[in-house]
Ligand binder design. Structure first.
Ligand code: SF4
Length: 375
């Protein structure tokens, strides 16, 4: 697992079981619909997909949507995967589909984790963001019940203009709810997500620094999404704190910069190398289309026609994305490009080119500083 070659096998696979959902969240990547698409992968096609995923050195599998609970066979699919030995987690929407019965089934089937979205520390902020009144209360009730079932809980939060001023309150709530992981997502302007709702590049940097300090004092792990540059901030902080060169840890962090293996960063602690879109990460849509991420809408193939492994390993877009040396602009010359590389999804959403530089990073790479000095 820890020596996984991302050129061959992903670390994590996200499968959008369905695009159907009863919510209408402001930032929805999937622009979810109320009804299921008749072209969705069938149960049989889903089993074949799980077989193919398992063959790729058994990466983690996440069921997303839409709302996975809109598929009546969701727990049959989950059971097939779990029985095979795949670690499955699920991110259902907080709708009346989240019944006690559904949660008990999830536990009985052996899902390793249940993730809920929580985008505000109170109903006013969260329900506005999720576009549905009552979503906050429903989520709180479901979390209480998951605790009774002893199921580990992950909270996903989208950082945006709407909640940027309340991050301390959010963190306090995550702690109070006794969650194992806070997955913090930084908005990418795609789907219903809009640029005007994003925080600024400087606010990104401030949030990363805040998250790093937070990670030292809370009981839950922190993971970031679409914020690869958080890794850069963590490495910079660690290097400063640990006085590189004086205690033998120099080699570890310098190595991290050179080869992209850090083994410690950002509560991705589970991900030994810097996962990025198409590089350790793959997304399969409800109809079987394969993308480097759910936020990077450049299709690389379809699992109904081509095995997932062939698409992941051989498609041009995936191969390009796994070559940080070919990135454009400052990401391409940045000394952190192999551990960070910026969000390829955000680069694509904002420039139309997935190889362009991350537009929301404030860092000036060393090579550019040196060039400036010498000119
Ligand atoms: S310039 Fe690019 S590679 Fe360097 S830290 Fe920023 S986002 Fe990461």
């Amino acid at each position: 697992m820890f020596n996984r070659d991302y050129n061959e096998n992903p670390f994590i696979v996200i499968w959008e079981l369905t695009r159907a959902c009863e919510l209408k969240c402001l930032h929805c990547r999937a622009e979810a619909q109320y009804k299921r698409d008749p072209r969705e992968l069938t149960y049989e096609q889903g089993k074949k997909l799980i077989d193919d995923i398992y063959e790729m050195d058994n990466p983690m599998l996440v069921f997303t949507g839409g709302d996975p609970l809109m598929r009546p066979d969701v727990f049959d699919i989950a059971k097939y995967a779990v029985d095979k030995g795949v670690r499955v987690s699920m991110t259902p929407s907080a709708t009346p589909n989240v019944t006690k019965e559904a949660m008990e089934k999830a536990r009985d089937v052996g899902l390793s984790r249940w993730a809920f979205s929580l985008d505000g520390h109170n109903a006013a902020i969260h329900d506005h963001f999720r576009g549905t009144n009552g979503s906050f209360d429903l989520t709180m009730n479901a979390i209480n019940y998951l605790h009774e079932l002893n199921m580990p809980i992950q909270i996903n939060t989208v950082i945006s203009r709407y909640n940027y001023d309340y991050l301390e309150e959010m963190a306090a709530l995550i702690e109070k709810l006794d969650c194992v992981l806070w997955s913090v997502f930084f908005l990418v302007p795609t789907g219903r997500g809009q640029e005007k709702d994003m925080i600024t590049p400087v606010e990104h940097e401030k949030t990363f620094i805040w998250l790093y300090e937070l990670s030292k004092r809370v009981s839950f792990d922190i993971k970031t999404t679409a914020a690869q540059h958080y890794r850069r901030v963590v490495i910079q902080k660690k290097m400063r704190e640990q006085k590189v060169g004086s205690d033998g840890r120099e080699i570890r962090y310098k190595d991290a910069l050179m080869n992209g293996t850090t083994g410690m960063i950002d509560g991705l602690g589970r991900a030994p190398k810097g996962v990025n879109d198409g590089n350790g990460f793959v997304f399969i849509s409800h109809i079987g289309d394969v993308y480097p991420s759910g936020l990077l809408p450049v299709k690389a193939g379809n699992v109904k026609e081509t095995p997932l492994a062939a698409i992941y390993r051989e498609s041009e877009v995936f191969k390009n994305l796994r070559n940080p040396d070919a990135y454009k602009g400052k990401c391409g010359v940045c000394e952190f490009r192999h551990v960070c590389g910026g969000s390829r999804s955000r680069a694509y959403a904002m420039t139309g080119d997935y190889m362009e530089s991350e537009p929301y990073c404030v860092y000036t790479p060393k090579a550019m500083r040196e060039k400036k000095l010498s000119s």
